[in-house]
Write a new protein. Structure first.
Length: 245
């Protein structure tokens, strides 16, 4: 899932990546809301709330929503710099190493969530998760050539609408039949991504209610497993490439 890039990737690989990481994003996003009443990955809602607080003169609360947006962008920036560094040096597993970094940071955040006092716990959790969601979303956007998103449900819902509209036109004979297959593939990808985000959100709430911040540590273990698998696969491909030269 974390080795091939852009057009080299098959639809099945994209779908596995999308479903897995969208479920992770859904779980962390809803767990954050369950914990402190803020969404860590919903930048549309956070910018809207920022606008509302600025308009009503509530600058202190507005500054916190601004910090959430900045943290998300910062995560994307760090991800991009890290991936560019790896690609310039031809590190085959750079995307897997990036997910490994996300997992390590999630462990630190989980420990902070378990150890901090309530006054500091909420802001740390939300800002930390916003950073990690920006990091993750940038990783999957880059590796898939923008075909996959894991936190941007509005965009995926828009894609689903477009694909359904195109398929309706094909069904009515207004578009050529041979163009249907790519739209079905995209519809399946985006539909499964949204459902995975939804399922991850349900699981995230239930698990957070049961074990609290241990959810973050459990999610980090899952990301570690995904990353290690990708690193091993990259090493195998590098060995094969070296043998073929």
């Amino acid at each position: 899932m974390l080795v091939q890039q852009g057009e080299e990737r098959g639809n099945d690989v994209d779908q596995r990546l999308a479903c897995t990481l969208a479920a992770v994003a859904g779980a962390l996003n809803t767990a954050a809301f369950e914990a402190v009443g803020f969404f860590s990955a919903n930048m549309t809602g956070n910018v809207s709330l920022l606008s509302d607080h600025l308009a009503t003169g509530n600058l202190l609360t507005g500054s916190f929503f601004l910090a959430i947006v900045v943290a998300f962008i910062a995560g994307s920036v760090v991800s991009t710099v890290l991936v560019n560094f790896g690609r310039r040096r031809q590190i085959h597993g750079i995307y897997a190493y990036s997910i490994l970094a996300e997992a390590a940071l999630l462990v630190l955040l989980g420990c902070a969530d378990l150890g901090l006092q309530p006054l500091h716990r909420g802001p740390t959790l939300i800002l930390g998760l916003s950073f990690l969601m920006g990091l993750q979303n940038a990783i999957v956007t880059r590796i898939s050539g923008a075909r996959v998103r894991t936190t941007h449900v509005s965009g995926m819902a828009t894609d689903i609408g477009i694909e359904l509209g195109m398929l309706i036109d094909i069904l009515l004979g207004r578009e050529p039949d041979e163009s249907a297959a790519p739209y079905w593939t995209k519809l399946r990808l985006h539909g499964m991504s949204v459902l995975s985000f939804l399922a991850g959100g349900v699981i995230g709430v239930l698990v957070y209610q049961a074990v609290g911040g241990l959810l973050l540590l459990g999610t980090a273990i899952l990301l570690f497993m995904i990353a290690i698998s990708g690193i091993r696969r990259a090493r195998v491909l590098r060995t094969q490439d070296a043998a073929a030269e």
